[in-house]
Design a protein around this ligand. Structure first.
Ligand code: KG4
Length: 338
């Protein structure tokens, strides 16, 4: 089954062609990050307008790179939640038009389910059940993936997402948006151990996380240093900050795996590209006898292929949408009935 998949929930317009949920025939992506970097973060209206400009050209590019034509498309998939609503609406409207014109089914895909499915593209042997640690710019979730379309959230952030925290901390260190990758590179230049940053604990919910205190601590450190005219050791701060994020994520993911009896774990989302978090996950999983799947860096960030992969399994589960499908800024990944 050949699926043409659309992704436009944030600042990447992406269109991919995926066969049977596992084989990527093409994966065309246009990132707007450079544009938003001028403002230090994503400007929602600019994001929507850039998606409007890019999406048709990327669809043509994806079809051409896959070596197929429109008549070879068996279904159209779209990331319909969660995300910046104006941005998501562009992908949803365009995908609906394509499904309407081609007389093929329309498959709605939850964006975070897509991130988790990126692992199916990288690892042909991976099948549910497993535990997923989904860490992106807008979401931080520990998910019990019981089956391809049956998922339960075991833990989540109570405030900021891990990626958002990376982006804000990077900004106060003067790094460009999106800050995760430059923070990662900077952190590698230091052994850290210089800044004492907080680790949060959500009382009564040991699998839930919080990043706002950590974000505020980094912002305060930077402002205090500025006011006193002191120089910050930016590399050490990047290292200690990343260690604090990792300390929030990794032990909870391990605890969730133990509690739910999973012996397989998969990471997902843009923050899963972080080298320290990857190394910490590898070490912890090795210690606990958990089989760990870490997607290649290019499948961690937003892309259309992951939407095409998850869409295949949504289709097999009978989850298609009518042409009155709407877009949603927020949605629990365990309740996705369109
Ligand atoms: O998954 P993604 O591309 O978009 C969302 O669905 O949100 O994630 C983007 C986030 C940004 O916050 C970015 O700074 C972060 O992923 N990120 C990283 C790294 N690469 C990207 N964070 C930490 N370390 C990285 N190497």
């Amino acid at each position: 089954m050949i699926i043409l998949a659309f992704e436009s929930t944030c600042d990447e317009t992406a269109v991919a062609v995926v066969r049977d949920g596992r084989t990527v025939l093409s994966d065309a992506i246009l990132s707007q990050a450079d544009m938003h970097a001028l403002y230090g973060g994503v400007v929602p209206e600019i994001a929507s307008r850039k998606h409007v400009e890019a999406i048709a050209g990327l669809a043509d590019q994806a079809l051409a790179e896959a070596g197929i034509t429109k008549k070879d498309v068996d279904a159209v998939a779209v990331s319909y939640a969660p995300g910046l609503i104006g941005a998501v609406l562009v992908g949803v409207s365009f995908a609906k038009s394509v499904a309407y014109a081609l007389h093929v089914p329309l498959i709605p895909v939850h964006h975070i389910r897509g991130h988790i499915a990126a692992n199916y593209l990288a690892f042909p042997d991976l099948q549910p059940p497993f535990l997923a640690l989904a860490i992106s710019g807008g979401n931080t979730l520990i998910v019990d993936v019981k089956d391809y379309t049956d998922m339960e959230i075991l833990g989540s952030t109570r405030d900021d997402a891990a990626g958002e925290c990376f982006d804000k901390a990077a900004r106060v260190l003067g790094l460009p948006y999106p800050g995760g990758k430059p923070m990662d590179q900077l952190a590698q230049q230091s052994q850290g151990g210089k800044y004492d940053l907080p680790r949060a604990h959500v009382s009564g919910c040991e699998l839930d996380m919080s990043f706002s205190g950590l974000k505020t601590a980094v912002v305060n450190l930077a402002h205090n240093a500025q006011q006193k005219g002191e120089e910050l050791d930016a590399a050490a701060l990047a290292h200690d900050f990343t260690r604090a994020v990792s300390d929030e994520l990794v032990p909870r993911a391990i605890a969730a795996a133990k509690q739910s009896g999973h012996t397989v774990m998969a990471a997902a989302g843009g923050v899963a590209a972080n080298s320290m978090i990857r190394a910490d996950l590898e070490e912890a999983c090795r210690r606990e006898g958990i089989m760990l799947y870490l997607p290649p860096l290019k499948l961690c960030g937003d892309n259309g292929a992951m939407i095409g992969s998850q869409a295949y399994y949504e289709y097999l589960a009978g989850k298609t949408a009518a042409l009155d499908l709407n877009a949603y800024a927020t949605m629990d990944l365990s309740e996705t009935d369109a």
